[in-house]
Ligand binder design. Structure first.
Ligand code: GLC
Length: 474
């Protein structure tokens, strides 16, 4: 099958979050399936352009129009890598050669341009994809421009649009339609929602199929609490809104080979994880005790549950535990967490930075991983934690609900500890249940952690599910 993936980020080229991880692993896995030809399109951001390790060639250049604007398009191709997808970069220095990749006053114009430019590039390449798979609002106008201006070039191509996070929808003022998009009036209704131009809404309405990154989130998205204003639009897609739970790159995140660790281990050599715990305690100035280390590697944002964490924090620290947090984010949380950490030296280590090697050592060196997100489309950290034998405590929402089934000490089934309604006391209750098993039922605990390590979180199954979906839409 010929598949074109379009996104605003993909590791290892450019990544700000989970989207970047998915856009690395999913195209790689799809390209491994015999008979598939996968092409990935990304903006040629400054940091990609300046990366000396990437060998690229310029294939062509031309211009596209956004009403009166005639904008340059340079099409670059990454030197082909065996068994990997083709990667194309869309070059326009005015739009993409900036410090950072999102958060500019003209993001709407930048990604409207990108949508149109990618379609023009595919046409030049004579790719004729059977499936165009777009991700998040930045690519929301692809299904629109495809039908409005490129149908004759791609008469039978179908579109799939994946929502990684409905919170960011790509909204601009209504004048954007005339000033930038330059489409027939029919499309004004498609692109408009509640007085704005809304890229994500347009994609939800126009894509042949809409998906999101877990089965539970696909259900949740039909309710106002989760849908950030789009519940009605999403519910109207009925069975054409599907959930496929993400995997993780199990070779990239592997405690058996991870070079950042003090000592590598597998489920069969689980006792070696203890060496990583001791090393982490030394590195972060924690007491070298046998108390369980609870950890989080997270953005410090309220939807990640940092508000309820702050609410229970001092009570939690009265327990026989240690706590490690790695991440940056909203100033109020940075201040609160740092202030409490200062009161608990040797017990609570707050690391206001992002450092992927430290993150690996935290996943490996800790015992319990906390993820109390208010909502979570899929979540990747809980999967990484389990893969490193660190048992998760999560709010049972979205992908957390699908991937962390509650542990039943009687039968040994399940993967972690969950709470059902978003509040601090229930969160602390779930942590207490985990601590109860850790201290009083330690053999069962070790089995739980080993089972988590053995679970299959690879992309193999999700990639097959995407293939089935693509076939169903064709
Ligand atoms: C977004 C979501 C996260 C998901 C990721 C990849 O970052 O917030 O839950 O895992 O996308 O799909």
């Amino acid at each position: 099958m010929r598949i074109a993936m379009i996104a605003s980020e993909a590791a290892p080229f450019i990544k700000t979050g989970g989207l970047g991880d998915v856009l690395q692993a999913l195209p790689d896995e799809l390209a491994r399936i015999p008979g598939n030809q996968v092409a990935l399109f990304l903006p040629y951001y400054k940091s990609i352009k300046n990366n000396p390790l990437l060998e690229v060639e310029l294939l062509t250049s031309f211009t596209v129009n956004l009403t009166w604007r005639q904008q340059y398009v340079g099409l670059f191709r990454l030197k082909p890598r065996p068994d990997k997808p083709e990667v194309y970069f869309v070059d326009n220095e005015y739009y993409f050669c900036r410090d950072g990749i999102y958060g500019f006053y003209d993001d709407g114009e930048r990604f409207a341009y990108f949508a149109k430019a990618v379609l023009a590039c595919m046409n030049w390449l004579e790719l004729d994809p059977e499936i165009i798979h777009c991700h998040d609002w930045q690519t929301g106008l692809v299904p629109v421009y495809l039908d409005a201006e490129f149908r004759t070039c791609f008469p039978t191509t179908k579109t799939v649009f994946t929502i990684h996070n409905v919170e960011y929808q790509g909204k601009t003022g209504p004048e954007f339609f005339n000033e930038v998009l330059g489409l027939d009036d029919f499309w004004r209704g498609v692109c408009s929602y509640e007085g704005c131009i809304n890229f994500m809404k347009a994609a939800i309405v126009r894509a042949n199929l809409v998906t999101t990154v877990s089965e539970t989130y696909a259900k949740e998205l039909k309710y106002p609490y989760f849908a950030h204003g789009l519940a009605g639009i999403l519910a109207a897609r009925g069975e054409n809104l599907r959930g496929i739970t993400n995997g993780i790159d199990v070779t990239g995140y592997d405690p058996a080979t991870d070079k950042a660790l003090e000592k590598n281990y597998t489920a069969d050599s689980f006792a070696d994880k203890q060496a990583d715990k001791r090393a982490l305690q030394r590195e972060l100035g924690l007491e070298e005790s046998d108390a369980p280390i609870l950890s989080m590697v997270t953005r410090l944002a309220s939807h990640k549950g940092i508000d309820i964490l702050c609410y229970i924090l001092r009570r939690l620290l009265e327990r026989k535990i240690q706590l490690v947090i790695v991440g940056t984010g909203e100033a109020k949380y940075e201040h609160t967490l740092q202030a409490v950490a200062n009161d608990y030296p040797g017990k609570f280590s707050m690391n206001l930075r992002f450092d992927s090697a430290l993150a690996s050592r935290v996943y490996a060196g800790s015992d319990i991983y906390l993820m109390p997100s208010k909502s979570e489309p899929c979540g990747l950290s809980q999967l990484i934690a389990m893969h490193y034998g660190t048992v998760p405590v999560v709010n049972a929402t979205g992908g957390l609900k699908d991937t962390v089934l509650p542990f039943n000490p009687e039968t040994g089934e399940g993967r972690g500890y969950t709470f059902q309604s978003y509040n601090g006391d229930d969160f602390l209750g779930a942590i207490d249940r985990a601590l109860g098993d850790y201290y009083e039922n330690h053999d069962a605990w070790v089995e739980l952690a080993k089972n988590d390590m053995r679970a299959d979180f690879s992309w193999e199954l999700p990639a097959q599910k995407y293939m089935e979906l693509y076939h169903s839409v064709l």
